[in-house]
Design a protein around this ligand. Sequence first.
Ligand code: ADP
Ligand code: MG
Length: 920
Amino acid sequence: MITQVGRINRYALFVSIFWTAVIACAFGWLYYQQWNNALNVARAEARATFEKDTLYRKWAAGHGGLYVPATDLTPPSPYLAHIPERDIRTPAGRLLTLINPAYMTRQVFQLADQEKSLIRGHITSLKPLNSANKPDPWEEQALRAFERGEGEISGLQTMDGRRHMRLIRPFVVEERCLKCHAFQGYAVGEVRGGVSVSVPLAEYSGFTGRFVAGGAAAHGFIWLLGLGMIEAGRRALSRSAFELQKSEERYRTVADHTADWEYWLTPDDRFEYVSPSCRNVCGYTQEEFYRDPSLLERIIHPASWQRYNEHRHAESEAGYPEPIDFPIITRDGRERWISHVCRTVYGQDGAVIGRRVSNRDITDRKQAEDLLQEQTVQLEQEVTERQAAQESLQEQTVILEEEIAERINAEEAIRQSEEKFFRAFQLAPLMMTISDIEDGAFLEVNDKFVELSGYSREEAVGATSVALGLITAGDRARFLEALTREGRVSEFVLKVRTKEGRVLNCSYFGELIPVSGSTRLLSIVLDVTEHTQLEEQLRHSQKLEAVGRLAGGIAHDFNNILTVIMGCGNILKMDGALADRQNEMLGQIIRSAERAAQLTRGLLAFSRRQVIKPQNVDLDEIVRNVQKLLVRIIGEDIQLKSIFNGAGLTVSVDSGQIEQVLINMVANARDAMPRGGVITIETSRERVDTPFVMSQDNAQPGRYAVISVSDTGTGMDEETVKRLFEPFFTTKDVGKGTGLGMAIAYGIIKQHNGFVTVASEVGKGSTLKVYLPLVDEKSVALDADSAPACPRGGTETILVAEDDEGVRDTVNATLGRFGYDVILAVDGEDAVAKFAARQDQIRLVIMDMIMPKMSGKLAYEEIRKLQSGVRVLFFSGYTTDFIRKRGDLDDGVELLNKPVAPLELATKVRELLDGVQRPS
Ligand code: ADP
Ligand code: MG
């Protein structure tokens, strides 16, 4: 393959040769010119010589020849013998002979001939007289030419080995020539011969040679310069051609090896480039396309011509056309599909330089697409058919689904019910089992059964209750008998022995149930052991409640009686009319009545209806007061010790209730020491700080008075300590303990803003400490010690409503003694009527809370309707709290607790009439 570089080399060689030829020609031409010049000069010289000779000859001829001394060299010419004065003698005797022009010329020529380098001349004739004038061949030829009319002949000839320019001209016979030559028969105007001149060229060629040598040097230099430039040009071109070739090779390698059929069309639709792959696509070779550009249009399937043309023209107007697919007819007549993509290609100057096209063989894809389309059509048909089928199927499915949904719902309901049953069974808080009716073996037991019986599920399932020892064979026989008789068993009482040997009181329920097609026995066993105990406790507490209510009732009535006794006693005492002995006895009566009142308070405390009357008292005093009673409670085997640490433990408490707390605690200490021991009651003061407080519920930091009750008894275990203050918690036998003692104590202490701590160890006794807030001693005087001042009386009208006649009379007497005008009413209705009648005068209404016909509260409401600002004082045998809880008492209404002491009553009445409100 001839490469571009090779082409450039060859071209350079050719140019070099051409250049050499040009230089050679130029030089040749120069040489030729020079040579010609030399010849012309030589010719001119010859001509000039000839002319001069002729002139000499003419001159000589004009003079009829020359006379010269006759010597050997110039002897008398025989050819002039006919001339009379050929020879003449000078007076001096010298012989002169006539020399004719021809002779003279010949003599001159001979002379010149001797000088080799000089121009030679020769006179010649075809009819020479003198043999010396015989022509040489060149002259002879020329002489003959003269006869044919030629005027001058010149030419180069080598003579004696040297080149000469020879020139010959004819001799034409003139008049004067006839003098000597008429005898030869010549006529004027006739050619008689010629004279030739030979100019040696050596001198001219020497000159020409120098010139030519200079020209050769200059031409040689120009030649070399030209060659150098050609070489430089060749190299530059070769280099760029090499680069171009490389780049072209690169692109060609890419273009030539594409699988697609790529080509480039010039603007006039010739192929600039066609990739060899065209053969694979259409069967035609590159060369065929190069040769015949119309081949392209011929291979496009006729059906696609229009589309292809539209595509081509779209390109020119709208830039890059969208690729199109169309079929072509290959060389072997087959149809193939190509995907045709084309772009207009622009040169650097923006001019269109052609169109680049890429054709991809997509026959396979097209076939696949066609196949796919066919299949799609088929499929669509199938789909349509199927859709129809599906629709009918759907209808059926809907029906079926509805059926299934119903079934699922039913199954789900069953499953849920089974699940619920199983969960209920497993998680039931009762022992439940399912067993075989024939052999009694457990098929399933629930968690509670495992928990209570102590047998694991694995142990139980497969075994029978009798074999496990849960129940006796006798019990089983009995309930089986009941089961067969009545179909079910309920509340069948039996004892169940657990694995650890505990016996549980149980209530048994049995029922036959169908399980997976077989009849099974579902047993539900209720552990009623605790229940029975609770029932007993409840019964006991109910009994206590009843006793409490009874005690409360008795206390209420008893308080009325005591009010009368104490009232009368006090009035008697105030009269001061009795003798000393009588006074002493009256004192006994009043003290006894007071003790009795205390007793009723105890009863009320028990029934939790006690009066809350906090007063500033000395704690030690309370202990001392209750001591006598405690000694009686504890019996002889037990020793009671009291320790008082520091006086002045003033607390604001209801003494009776604190006594109750002590009684309850000492009673427990006694019970804990059946074989005797020591009970120590100790009082002290303690500062309670925050960390300590934190461990107690609701306690406040501060200064406290403390009573501790210690015993040397059995002590309590942790569980007992934990539950100590729980109502109905007792470790004692039925009938001995109520479990209320500590609960009551706890309630009382809490009511007094105090708290209680327990320290106990089994076998080492217990210590309970009661903390009560200390009252600032300086600011508050002890109420207990201050004797009530004698109250002032008055003359106001007071309505007293009291159903108890004794109390009514006592109150009447008391108020009468203090100067008041008393109107008495026997019940609520009476009170309202009497108030209505004399409401203008009545300044105060005193009413019992509980009265027949109309309760104190209702009567009060009626009275208030008549006079809203009326003042009322109630009596009651119950606690203020209790009454308030019942809703009988509005806030701000005054209340006096029975038994009412006369002085207390008088003081209260005065306070109310004076409008003084005691701080509650
Ligand atoms: P009861 O005395 O009626 O049983 P309590 O509420 O008074 O009820 O006491 C509850 C239980 O606390 C008692 O049954 C007893 O077990 C226990 N207990 C109370 N105080 C003591 C004590 N000092 N020593 C031992 N046990 C005590
Ligand atoms: Mg007790």
